[in-house]
Design a protein around this ligand. Structure first.
Ligand code: SF4
Length: 78
């Protein structure tokens, strides 16, 4: 499973980071980014920053996408 965030829609509430801190992080710009190997993919972000989700975090990432108030967490299943 892979995941990316559309920062244009992100409200910055941080819910995703609360639910799955290993996959999502809020940066200084107040927006959420996906992480891979403990590194935020933010340059650039958006659809060009697609992170692979460790299998044991699939459920947490799905929950984050469902709860995301900006509806801006996008999951891709390979
Ligand atoms: S839950 Fe959604 S809107 Fe909230 S910080 Fe994360 S990506 Fe942004």
């Amino acid at each position: 499973m892979q995941v990316w965030i559309d920062q244009d829609l992100c409200t910055g509430d941080g819910l995703c980071e609360e639910i799955a801190p290993a996959v999502f992080t809020l940066l200084d710009d107040g927006l959420a980014y996906v992480k891979q190997d403990d590194r935020a993919l933010s340059d650039p972000g958006g659809v060009q920053a697609v992170a692979a989700v460790p299998t044991d975090l699939d459920e947490a990432v799905i929950e984050a996408a469902e709860e995301c108030p900006g509806e801006c967490i996008f999951i891709e299943v390979a």
